[in-house]
Design a protein around this ligand. Structure first.
Ligand SMILES: [Fe+2]
Ligand SMILES: [Fe+2]
Length: 178
């Protein structure tokens, strides 16, 4: 599970690069992929990692409260960016702000949560949580499906709140919570 989430941190970094380097007509599609991955990833952490960290780590409450604070800020930025669209005059400035926030948040997770969780969980627990992360990951293909990606479709599929809801459903099902 921890390796999967760390790999997603890497994929998120690459997706930011893709948006930043995309030719103008591809920015929207690339931003759609970034949006889906971020929505899935943060939902997986909220549903799987943080509840566990809160119970198991010393000062887990405090560590998780800090992460949720960062996550909520990133989520707000993401929703604003999505709602205003890639043609908004402040898109690039706010994308850079989101990137900085997301990367600082990922470093905080890796340092204060992931490493410490490894010591407090069994292999079987981590495997079960990994399966739940993977179930949600299907909503965020990193590579576009050739021929199926149009800007409109991307927008419809990529509404962050819809992706988060669907990810939450898949995760809870995988964890046997529904
Ligand atoms: Fe997170
Ligand atoms: Fe994360």
């Amino acid at each position: 599970m921890i390796e999967l989430l760390m790999a997603q941190h890497g994929q998120i970094r690459d997706l930011f690069d893709e948006v930043e380097q995309a030719p103008p007509d591809k920015v929207e599609a690339a931003f759609g992929r970034l949006t889906r991955m971020l929505s899935v990833h943060e939902t997986a952490e909220e549903e799987i990692v943080h509840p566990y960290a809160r119970r198991k780590l010393d000062n887990g409450q405090g560590v998780v409260a800090d992460r949720l604070h960062e996550e909520n800020r990133a989520k707000r930025l993401l929703l604003d960016l999505h709602n205003d669209g890639v043609d908004h005059p402040r898109f690039w400035e706010r994308l850079a702000e989101l990137r900085t926030a997301v990367q600082a948040h990922a470093r905080g997770e890796e340092r204060y949560e992931f490493t410490r969780l490894r010591a407090h969980t069994s292999t079987a627990e981590r495997r079960a949580m990994g399966a739940a992360v993977r179930a949600a990951e299907s909503l965020a293909p990193v590579r576009p499906h050739p021929g199926t990606e149009s800007a409109t479709k991307n927008l419809l599929l990529g509404t962050p709140l819809a992706v988060m809801d669907r990810a939450r459903e898949l995760i809870r099902k995988a964890l046997g919570k529904v």
